[in-house]
Design a protein around this ligand. Structure first.
Ligand code: ARG
Length: 326
């Protein structure tokens, strides 16, 4: 633990030393550090199977997207200025200045000294998204300023388009959403985690056909969607978790496999959670973040380099991220 914390503070320090890092990144000794740039929480997260409270710092990429100070959706930090979320969270974007992104929060009602709140510069909904029945339920949120990484604020890695998430692979979904339909997460609203196995699309489609008596499915499972959860129901993401991360371990880095998108109700039998599939959106994300590296599922390929996610600080705009007053 002590050692992990030491690495973390090194990280923070490094993030303030823009040019130095670019140089240091070329030095072999720094390469192992570079692999820690994304998907490496300082707290290990591989212990427990049921939906439950997270440990602070376990999911440092999780953010809360808020409208007029009210949590509306989750999201995932992917660089020091970009967040991935769901397009349906922003179907009608009202005044951009009314949105905030809260990073590094553990308890939503008590975000604490490790959290930062940022304003939003731009929200980019995927152009394929055209309402509830379509694909493309993914959005990029551009923060008004860059954040400094800490042990509680770190990016998640993105998977290369070639990465395959095999059925049964155990991943984690996190969020501050409802405990079941219409039941709020009770105060102080501690970030929840749930282990969810990947379900292949064929199985998922046939689950969603169950008990439909030949009627069309509630909603089609498109190719840019990935299912995860339980045929028997009982455990699932729910409203308010939307836009948040479903992460899996690939080559020792945590990568964003899916974005919480939809389900028929929450935790219903034969109706597992459906997520937007990140591997379908590599090219689209690259349009906006050209230098971003994507993790391949083969040996020799590192998670992306620190230089790509770090960038320089925009001190003049730093007032746009502030400590949350409790
Ligand atoms: N679409 C809902 C939201 O806006 C919930 C998404 C997840 N639902 C589920 N059963 N996995 O928060």
């Amino acid at each position: 633990m002590g050692q992990q914390r030491a690495e973390t503070s090194g990280f923070c320090w490094v993030s303030r030393m823009g040019a130095l890092v670019l140089l240091a990144g070329l030095i072999g000794a720094q390469r192992s550090e570079a692999t820690k740039a994304c998907g490496q929480p300082p707290v290990n997260l591989n212990r427990i199977v049921k939906g439950q409270d997270t440990v602070e710092g376990e999911f440092p990429w999780q953010v809360s997207l808020q409208w007029k100070g009210v949590h509306v959706c989750g999201g995932s930090l992917i660089t020091d200025e970009w967040v991935v979320s769901a397009a349906h969270c922003f179907y009608q974007v009202r005044n951009l200045s009314q949105y905030q992104v809260v990073l590094g929060a553990h308890q939503l009602l008590n975000p604490g000294p490790n959290s930062r709140t940022c304003l939003v510069q731009r929200i980019i909904n995927n152009p394929h998204y055209a309402g509830r029945t379509t694909s493309g339920d993914i959005a990029l949120v551009h923060l008004a300023t860059r954040v400094n990484f800490t042990g509680y604020i770190l990016p998640i890695c993105l998977p290369d388009a070639s990465v395959f998430f095999p059925p049964g692979k155990r991943c984690w979904v996190t969020g501050w959403g409802h405990l079941r339909s219409w039941v709020d997460l009770p105060p102080p609203q501690t970030l929840q985690k749930l282990q969810v196995p990947i379900i292949d699309s064929k199985t998922c489609r046939s689950l969603y056909q169950t008990n439909m008596q030949g009627r069309p499915p509630y909603r089609e499972i498109q190719d840019d969607m990935i299912c995860a959860g339980y045929a028997e129901g009982m455990k699932d993401a729910c409203n308010g978790d939307s836009g948040g991360p479903m992460v899996c371990l690939v080559n020792e880095a945590w990568v964003l496999a899916g974005v919480v998108s939809w389900g028929e109700g929450c935790a219903n039998r034969n109706r597992p959670g459906v997520y937007s599939r990140l591997t379908s959106y590599q090219n689209w994300i690259r349009e906006y973040i050209p230098n971003l590296e994507f993790v391949k599922d083969s040996n020799g390929q590192e998670p992306r380099d620190r230089a790509d996610i770090k960038g320089q600080n925009h001190r003049e705009k730093e007032f746009m991220c502030f400590d949350k007053k409790e």
